[in-house]
Design a protein around this ligand. Sequence first.
Ligand code: PEP
Length: 249
Amino acid sequence: MNTLIAANWKMHGDLSWVTKPSEFRECYPLNGQKVEILLCPPAYLISAMNVACNNQLISLGAQNCHFEMQGAFTGEMSAQMMRDGGASYVIVGHSERRALFGETDKIVAQKADAVSMAGLTPIICVGEDRSQRESGEADEVVGAQLQSSIPLSADGENLVIAYEPVWAIGTGLVPTLEDIAAMHDHIRGILSNRFGVKMAEKIRILYGGSVKPSNAKEILALGDVNGALIGGASLEMDSLAAIAKCVGS
Ligand code: PEP
């Protein structure tokens, strides 16, 4: 499977950022490497970037969507609208959305279902907070999030999981390599129980939380790490390219 290097730009960027895909390719020409580059800009940029990205071999994604396809939901956008704009992925259940916008596992599952129904791939985010890590509950918390955030309708096809310990996001703190490996192994086990070993092996599990060019190589070399979800270090294309270059290096 291709390693997925996914950039979560959060609420950063402006219209001039539509040239970022070309800028990225100047730093990292995509020539058949086993890497998929995914840019998730603010939603209003997806369509313009899709035009600018044409034939650039770079995928586009959204950072959120509503779980309904249409309706009286002022200020919201549906997964189908994201697809219309050119997205092929939607991040759901990012810890900022869970913490700041009250998204529960149930809502995350509804959103992931809507994303799949629209023909896109959900990237479902899970991860423990600092106190849960310190009290030894991380496995249990992430297990429960996975059980309830993956929709009942899912069959494992076109599904990506992002393990993002909340305490590592934007803090510069990163779990030990052993802890990352153990959590990804735990997640793979849960996916195997749910979808069978063969299907679970095809599901990409990303690590996210303070990934940078300086630590990406060792994280991406771990067996069950199939890519990274990157916030801060994805805003500059030379930094994102330096991370992508770590794949298989
Ligand atoms: C994120 O927000 O998904 C993230 C991983 O952020 P950062 O890389 O800045 O920790």
